[in-house]
Design a protein around this ligand. Sequence first.
Ligand code: BG6
Length: 289
Amino acid sequence: VKDKNGTDQILLQNPKGASVKISLHGGQVLSWKTEKGDELLFTSTKANSKPPHPVRGGIPICFPQFGTRGSLEQHGFARNKMWLVENDPPALPSFDATGKAYVDLVLKSSDEDTMRIWPYSFEFHLRVSLALDGDLTLISRVRNINSKPFSFSIAYHTYFSISDISEVRLEGLETLDYLDNLQEKERFTEQGDALTFESEIDRVYLNSKDVVAVFDHERKRTFLIRKEGLPDVVVWNPWEKKARALTDLGDDEYKHMLCVDGAAIEKPITLKPGEEWTGKLHLSLVLST
Ligand code: BG6
């Protein structure tokens, strides 16, 4: 399918009717729906979907830089580029395709623009898969096909759709150290409890365990975020003032989104020539009664 700007999109569907929509622009997941048709990812009604602008919502991929931690544009260039569907990707030995709908995309450092700002040859293979139970998995493989080493950071900037930011709870980050993008003294330690939200938050939690959970009582649903190869977790909500400053986010929409990203940021990943890195994000929904 194509969106209104003519950008190709891919729709994955499982036999029960759950679905995932992915745009070739940015290799960005734009929608993840349950078998009943409930949308699980937030997308702004004001989103600008005209390339190279990334859509405000879904799962933009920040690569090879996170935020402004480097000399590249904010969050790197991968989310602004056109990815290609890859019909014959390098084999992924650990992948069990049973009952899964999936697609393989690839981003290569072939264009001059990219080479000028980041002069390394790489291949970024992305497999997006939707399981029979509705779980969504993104497997990234970054390969160095350069003659010198390079380093990168990565984040799956996941916008979860939530009932109300003041009502949700995030568990799994208790007692961790974090970097706070809103404060000058950068490093802090999280005290005791699960996180709740009452103002702007923009943090990178370091070395978290492999599962974190967003509890949304009002909607009686919990998102489980499982990750491999991604030690850090970004937590972002712009709150009222920042939301007003973002032209592609409605003034009140911050209430209905929470970004929780599986990421590798504090310690960038270094690949020698010929080496490959794999990172995996696995999202599932648990309904409570
Ligand atoms: C967060 C950053 O992860 O992403 C924030 O830490 C930033 O500082 C936010 O504002 C959104 O970024 P962007 O480029 O998509 O507006």
